[in-house]
Design a protein around this ligand. Structure first.
Ligand SMILES: C[S@@+](CC[C@H](N)C(=O)[O-])C[C@H]1O[C@@H](n2cnc3c(N)ncnc32)[C@H](O)[C@@H]1O
Length: 250
């Protein structure tokens, strides 16, 4: 075994050990693949559709017929290059994000995790339709950096700013620059500590009535943990498939 493989194996063993201790003690943890598969299998398309409409109607105070129109307008397909196959938000969650962003009054948007840019394209499409607002997206430096956001049409790029992170996390700086935001989407590194760090940081800059959303909320307990900690500041929200959102109290 090479030195690198050995140290990687050792790191995994330590992480698994810590996760096991957390589970035994009932502390927050990253979910196992089996738990995630069981959660995903339990959700049918029609259940998700029902949840999407009812939750977004209630949380954003938008008439049901309007929310249904938003959902019907969601993109039906996205052609992703081979670079990002398997790393792009699927149609079910894209439809939820599209419906949510249409129902929220947002201008200053921030997201982490761009890849092909399915989520970015959805947010930008709505900003462009309204002719106001901008999106700042953060991703990390990699050989694929030149391809980030490939799904974003040229016509929508005027409202988009891509920030590439090298060593230091960029999120604190971006939020500080914007001072206040209307919408935050986490879709970067889905591990408990990182998700919680992004949620808590973004929440501090989210204006009252703003929306914090996250993809892949079923990967860890961070989204539920966040609710337990901030429930007195949360007006409404919940989970639809693998997308969760919380609306901040006014
Ligand atoms: C699941 S993909 C994002 C999918 C994208 N939102 C979409 O809808 O197509 C996750 C992305 O997060 C990026 N990423 C990983 N760690 C990150 C970090 N610490 N900060 C920002 N982005 C990160 C990866 O480089 C990858 O491009």
């Amino acid at each position: 075994m090479s030195h690198n493989t050995f140290s990687q194996t050792l790191k995994w063993a330590i992480k698994d050990g810590i996760s096991l201790v957390h589970q035994v003690l009932g502390r927050p943890h990253n979910r196992t693949r089996g738990q995630i598969q069981r959660l995903e299998a339990a959700m049918t398309d029609s259940e998700i559709e029902h949840q999407r409409i009812s939750l977004i109607v209630r949380a954003t105070n938008t008439p049901e017929s309007t929310v249904r129109t938003f959902a019907d307008r969601a993109p039906r397909q996205m052609m992703v290059s081979e670079h990002f196959q398997g790393h792009t938000m699927g149609l079910r969650d894209s439809t939820t994000l599209h419906t949510l962003i249409c129902a929220c009054d947002v201008e200053r948007c921030v997201e982490t995790g761009v890849a092909a840019g399915a989520s970015s394209a959805i947010i930008l499409q709505e900003l462009e339709r309204r002719q106001r607002g901008r999106l700042v997206s953060i991703d990390i430096q990699s050989v694929l950096a030149n391809h980030y956001g490939e799904l974003i049409p040229e016509s929508h790029r005027g409202r988009w700013e891509l920030r590439i992170q090298r060593e230091k996390p960029l999120l604190p700086m971006v939020l500080e620059e914007l001072a206040s935001i209307d919408f935050f989407l986490h879709d970067s590194r889905h591990v408990l500590r990182h998700m919680m760090w992004e949620y808590e940081l973004a929440w501090r800059y989210l204006r009252p009535g703003g929306c914090l959303a996250s993809h892949d909320v079923i990967m860890t307990t961070a989204f539920d943990d966040f609710y337990r900690k901030y429930r007195f500041e949360i007006a409404d929200g919940g989970i639809i498939g693998a997308v969760g959102f919380w609306i901040k109290k006014k």
